[in-house]
Design a protein. Structure first.
Length: 120
């Protein structure tokens, strides 16, 4: 049996690295990490002790899908995040009630679902 000791990173496929970099930095407020030159566009971002890797490839755009593959980010101010998304005109889907904290889902420019959540 393999025993994973901690989560390291999640990789997200994007079709336009520049457009996605703008989204991940301006909408989600993430800061870039150093990334080796792999010979293809992309970016790495730190989130807590983990990372999100953007890899430029073919697009698969769609609507937020909380039941499909997604990455989840804890937010400091859930209501402030909702307000900011509305101000930016970004569509989101919010979980009803208090199922497992408060959750909402958005998509990046390539249709990758991102959950924004808080426990309170």
């Amino acid at each position: 049996m393999i025993r994973a000791k901690q989560f390291n990173h999640c990789a997200v496929r994007v079709s336009d690295a520049a457009k996605s970099i703008k989204f991940y930095e301006e909408v989600l407020g993430l800061k870039k990490l150093p990334r080796p030159d792999f010979g293809f566009p992309g970016a790495w971002y730190g989130v807590g002790g983990n990372a999100i890797h953007l890899i430029q490839s073919e697009s698969r755009g769609h609507k937020p899908d909380p039941l499909g593959p997604h990455l989840a980010l804890e937010v400091e101010d859930f209501d402030g995040a909702k307000k900011a998304l509305k101000e930016m005109g970004i569509e989101f889907l919010e979980a009803p009630g208090n199922m497992a904290g408060r959750q909402l889902w958005i998509v990046d420019p390539d249709g990758n679902t991102i959950e924004l959540r808080t426990d309170n």
